[in-house]
Ligand binder design. Structure first.
Ligand code: SF4
Length: 477
């Protein structure tokens, strides 16, 4: 999971990009960067390991002068945890340092395309997808004489997988998205409202529209699946082409990854989570209500699911677990050791809250189960009489190949244990998940537009080397 940002023709573009990235920091905390075009027309990038506030400080923003900039926050899903894989990637062409690219998503035909490019003599500096997309575009532009947007269109048709991408080329900015629209990608505008597509000046892009409020921009619309947008000074935004396929928006973005104040894939994130909670409560009629029952989220990603559950059940909603906000998301820490340490540091029970109470503990998902087990123990030790765990997503049984770092099938607890065994392992009194079929009612008339492959193994196309039943991992060079 990563996040991207772009600003076209606005004063202090790199500062605006840094602000957007700060608002979408939840999408990646390992590294970040920005690229801007200076007065001489050179595109310069600055990247580093760490958070936006550390890497893109005021001194860096001052150096990245210019009115157009792009940026990226990274959580590694493919490729090693190293600064070489931070984005954006500046790509030198024969014309000079005139191109930079940042992308969110994973490609399933990365290995095949990289091998093809290396046979052509292309040298890579990293092992992530954005550089591959950029080098493929550069090759078709330089070798085959295509314009940049012709090259983007050809590449868009060759890539398989997820990519929401911003690309600077000379004084232009392009935004394009994979034909299935796996990852969210929105366009906004700084400045007065107008009819139709906005003037290119002041147009902004982000993975999520929660990045717009912080800079005073308003959300216009999504970059459509399969669309290529061109931004040129003095002209309106042009939709160069639009070749969509059946949408496969990532349903996990709605459940967990995206911020509740974002609207993605045409759905409000917090309202979707409230509906999930209400759906689970409606199926939980055998759990008796009462003054001693309290519904508790694992903060923060489960807050709205728990709120929806509590409202529907007419039960008390309580914030019995306090979260230390100076500890990042445990899921997006790269190693199990760092995740374990994160859980211990991250949560603390309210004193005198739990003794004698029956607790419905709501979490958004169970992946390995190790973090939730620690939380259940914590709540039990704090005095809870009963703990009923409710999970706001179906069982995770498959890997994600489209930009989310889920572990191998063997590591997923739902593949290793029965429901009873998982409940015992967690130390809970009862355990229930959302069901895959529940998405029909939660996304009325739109179920087919969403990817649920990690819950039902219905991959729209399998990745390289994929063995249908074993979900074998893809080897990366
Ligand atoms: S496999 Fe799961 S995490 Fe990956 S895109 Fe599909 S729903 Fe999202």
């Amino acid at each position: 999971m990563c996040g991207i940002a772009g600003v076209f023709e606005s004063e202090g573009a790199s500062g605006l990009v840094a602000s957007i990235l700060f608002a979408i920091q939840h999408r990646g905390q390992e590294s970040c960067g920005a690229a801007a075009r200076d007065a001489a027309g050179r595109i310069v990038a600055h990247k580093g390991m760490g958070l936006v506030k550390q890497v893109l400080d005021e001194e860096v923003q001052a150096r990245l002068s210019g009115t157009t900039a792009i940026g990226h926050v990274r959580y590694p899903t493919a490729g090693c945890s190293d600064e070489v894989n931070a984005q954006p990637h500046a790509i030198e062409l024969a014309e000079g340092p005139v191109m930079a690219i940042a992308s969110n998503g994973d490609l399933i035909n990365y290995g095949e395309l990289r091998a093809r490019l290396e046979r052509e003599g292309v040298v890579f500096k990293s092992d992530n997808d954005a550089e591959l997309i950029g080098r493929l575009i550069a090759l078709y532009h330089v070798r085959d004489g295509l314009t940049i947007e012709q090259a983007i269109a050809r590449v868009q048709g060759e890539l398989k997988g997820a990519f929401s991408t911003v690309l600077m080329y000379k004084d232009r900015l392009y935004a394009f998205r994979d034909p299935h629209g796996f990852r969210p990608f929105v366009m906004g505008h700084l400045g007065p409202e107008g009819d139709g597509e906005p003037a290119s000046e002041g147009t902004v892009f982000a993975s999520e529209c929660c990045g717009f409020g912080i800079i005073g921009a308003r959300r216009l619309r999504e970059v459509k699946p399969g669309e290529i947008l061109r931004l040129e000074k003095g002209r309106p935004v042009v939709s160069v082409s639009h070749a969509p396929l059946q949408p496969r928006h990532c349903v996990f973005e709605l459940i967990y990854f995206s911020r509740p104040d974002s609207t993605i894939f045409g759905e409000s994130v917090y309202q979707t989570r409230e509906r999930i909670g209400a759906c689970m409560a409606a199926k939980d009629g055998t759990l008796p209500n009462g003054d001693d029952l309290v519904v508790l989220p694992v903060p923060d990603s489960s807050n709205f699911i728990a709120l929806g559950y509590a409202r529907a059940k007419k039960a008390e909603f309580g914030m019995g677990l306090l979260r230390n906000h100076y500890v990042g998301r445990t899921f997006i820490k790269p190693t199990q050791a760092s995740r374990d340490e994160g859980v211990k540091q991250k949560f603390n029970p309210l004193p005198d809250f739990f003794p004698g109470r029956r607790v419905v503990l709501i979490d958004d998902s169970i992946v390995r189960g190790t973090s939730l087990r620690k939380l259940v123990r914590m709540v039990r030790a704090a005095g809870a009489r009963e703990i009923h765990v409710r999970i706001g997503s179906p069982k995770v049984i498959g890997r994600c190949f489209y930009g989310i770092d889920t572990p191998t099938r063997e590591e997923l607890i739902a593949n290793r244990m029965s429901e009873t065994e998982i409940c015992d392992y967690l130390g809970a009194d009862s355990l229930r998940w959302l069901e895959v079929d529940d998405f029909e009612g939660l996304l009325p008339g739109r179920r087919q537009d969403f990817c649920t492959a990690c819950f039902d193994m219905d991959y729209i196309y399998p990745p390289e080397g994929f063995a249908a039943k074993t979900n074998a991992p893809v080897a990366r060079t």
